[in-house]
Structure formats: structure tokens, C-alpha cells
Design a protein around this ligand. Structure first.
Ligand SMILES: Nc1ncnc2c1ncn2[C@@H]1O[C@H](COP(=O)(O)OP(=O)(O)O)[C@@H](O)[C@H]1O
Ligand SMILES: [Mg+2]
Length: 319
């Protein structure tokens, strides 16, 4: 085991030994960060603040011997792709860890294929392996409703659901499950699987962003990456966003991130020939042409600019 891991574990143990009071201060800073880094999402921020308050008070009540049972912490995050569900799950894991409900501020993100096998006997070991990996943290099941396929007569998804239910049932488990996906499909899933629905204590819905909010998300991303738009580029970007929301596979924050990645590529190509003479400002600046070269400004729906926004481009790109 490396020194870095040792140190991390020491910090984690220190965190779980914190008093509720110190933990509450740390949580205030996580909440402030959430406010600062995430544009809009007011209803989500309010719900996270409410849950955090509930958990801090629960901690204090346990310290005062007023209760000993662990509150139910499983959650559902509903909303369209790219509305911030994965990002908020990471923050939630930090809060839960700070308050000692989970050992590590980690999120293990899976989909049906990680849990359900193709053949008889394969599902239980797969699901148990995922649960083992996620224990001590948050298990984030994306598009959880795909576990349930009533149209297949013998679908192994049901087996995964039953194992998950057992684990979610047990209040002693050091694991929080977050079920994520589209709101309407999730509602149908909970209606067909009342056991799942009743184990989920907190339902949080992530609303769509409007064009101004998407522009603000773009501004946050550009600033974090030390790029800036000229005034013309800003106008072009607004036009881009207005068009992009109408196009296929639009995915809110993820589409904005992808658009910025592509604009950076075009800026780099534009600058490449003059690479020996560039000043700092040129290196930072994205121009209108870097945006307007996008296929979103032509009528071609099928080229790469629209292809991948509903999925993360690469692992790690999601957060
Ligand atoms: N409210 C927001 N403010 C700033 N960036 C956001 C916001 N919501 C989403 N993003 C960004 O959009 C991208 C997709 O978000 P993600 O959390 O993966 O969405 P989801 O899990 O709902 O599909 C990420 O790069 C994330 O940082
Ligand atoms: Mg996600």
C-alpha cells in the first residue's frame, strides 16, 4: 500500500471521527461549493440542503442517544441527460462521508450491463461483485429502469433487483444507492417495483436548463479551463446553443462541454501554424469562427458534432 493511500485512509478515519459540529462546518463548505460551481438547479440545491440538515440533526440525535437507527438514505435522481445528476451524486457522496454514513466519498457508477448477466447463474455474481466494489460508498445506477424488462418472460434483471432490494433493506449496510434516469420511466419503474420505490427516501428532480442557463454553464466551464470568448464568439455561442437545443441527442451540460471541446480543437488548428509567435491572450481566446464552423450551423444532422452528446465522450468526462 502506498503512502498516499495510507494518508488518504488516515484522513478518512479522521473525518469519520469528527464531531457532528465539525462535520456540519465541512458540509457548509461542500454546500457553498455546490452553489458556486453549479449554475441554476435551485430546487436541487434546496433539496440537498434539506437532506444535509436532516443528516446533521440525525447525527446530533445519535450523539445524544436519542436514536440509534440509520435513516434511510437511498435516493432517486431524475432528469434529462446532462442536467447534473452524476455531478451532484459526487457532492452527495462527500456529504454522506463527512457525516460518517459511508466510509469513503466514492461513487461507483453502473448500468444494467454491469449488474445483469446474459446467461442463467451469471447475474447474482455480477451484482454481488458490483455491490462489493461500491460498499463503503455510493452505488449510482444510471437508467435504473432498464433492470426491469417485463416484456421478456425470463429476464435476469429481476434477479439483480431482488439482490439490490435485500441490500437496500438492511439499515446496517455501509452503502447508499442512487437510482438515476428519465423521470417518466423512473415513475413507471417504481410503480412496477413498489419495493424499490419504498426503499428510496429522497426523490430529487433535475429540471432542464434554458438557453441563458446553458450559456452560464458554458461560462463556468470556459473560466475553469482558462479560455474566453470574444464578443462575437459569445454571440455565435448563444446562436449555437439556441440551435443545439432543437437538434437530436441534445444533452444539456454535456452538449455544452462537448461544444467547448470542439471549439478548443478548432482554435488550436487555427493557431497551429503560428505557434511560435502566440501571446497569452491569443492562447486564451476563442473566436466566432471557432464556433461557427460547427455542423450545428449547417443542416447536416448526422455528422460528429451531434453524435455523442447523449453519452460521455470518455470515462471521466462525466464529472
Ligand atoms: N448546473 C450545472 N452547472 C455547471 N455545470 C453543469 C451543471 N449541470 C451539469 N453540468 C456539467 O454538464 C456535464 C454533464 O453533467 P452530468 O452530471 O454528467 O449530467 P447527468 O449525470 O445528469 O447526465 C458535466 O460536465 C457537468 O459538469
Ligand atoms: Mg450521468
Amino acid at each position: 500500500m502506498s503512502a498516499a493511500v495510507d494518508e488518504q485512509e488516515e484522513q478518512e478515519q479522521a473525518a469519520s471521527a469528527e464531531t457532528a459540529d465539525a462535520a456540519a462546518d465541512a458540509i457548509d463548505s461542500v454546500l457553498a461549493q455546490l452553489d458556486e460551481e453549479l449554475v441554476a438547479l435551485e430546487p436541487v440545491k434546496t433539496r440537498i440542503r434539506e437532506i444535509a440538515a436532516l443528516l446533521v440533526i440525525d447525527r446530533l440525535r445519535r450523539e445524544a442517544d436519542l436514536t440509534s437507527s440509520r435513516p434511510s438514505l437511498h435516493m432517486s435522481f431524475t432528469g434529462n441527460p446532462g442536467t447534473g445528476k452524476t455531478t451532484v451524486a459526487l457532492k452527495m457522496a462527500e456529504i454522506l462521508h463527512r457525516l460518517g454514513y459511508i466510509d469513503k466519498p466514492k461513487v461507483v457508477s453502473v448500468t444494467r450491463d454491469d449488474l445483469v448477466g446474459q446467461y442463467v447463474g451469471h447475474t447474482a455474481p455480477k451484482t454481488r461483485e458490483v455491490l462489493k466494489r461500491a460498499t463503503g460508498g455510493v452505488l449510482f445506477i444510471d437508467e435504473a429502469y432498464y433492470l426491469y424488462r417485463p416484456e421478456n418472460e425470463r429476464d435476469y434483471g429481476q434477479e439483480a433487483i431482488e439482490i439490490l432490494l435485500q441490500v437496500m433493506e438492511s439499515e446496517r449496510e455501509n452503502l447508499v444507492v442512487v437510482l438515476a434516469g428519465y423521470r417518466d420511466r423512473m415513475e413507471i419503474f417504481f410503480r412496477s417495483n413498489p419495493g424499490m420505490g419504498s426503499r428510496v427516501a429522497h426523490h430529487i428532480h433535475f429540471p432542464d436548463f434554458d438557453v441563458d442557463e446553458l450559456m452560464a454553464i458554458g461560462a463556468v466551464m470556459l473560466e475553469q479551463q482558462t479560455y474566453k470568448l470574444t464578443d462575437d464568439a459569445e454571440a455565435a455561442f448563444r446562436e449555437y446553443v439556441e440551435r443545439r437545443v432543437q437538434r437530436p441527442r441534445f444533452a444539456h451540460g454535456r452538449s455544452i462541454r462537448n461544444a467547448i471541446d470542439r471549439a478548443r480543437m478548432r482554435q488550436a488548428s487555427r493557431l497551429y501554424e503560428r505557434r511560435d509567435e502566440l501571446d497569452r491572450d491569443e492562447l486564451m481566446t476563442i473566436e466566432a469562427d471557432d464556433i461557427r464552423a460547427s455542423s450545428v450551423f449547417s443542416d447536416d444532422d448526422d455528422d460528429g458534432d451531434l453524435g455523442s452528446d447523449d453519452k460521455a465522450v470518455a470515462p471521466g468526462n462525466e464529472s
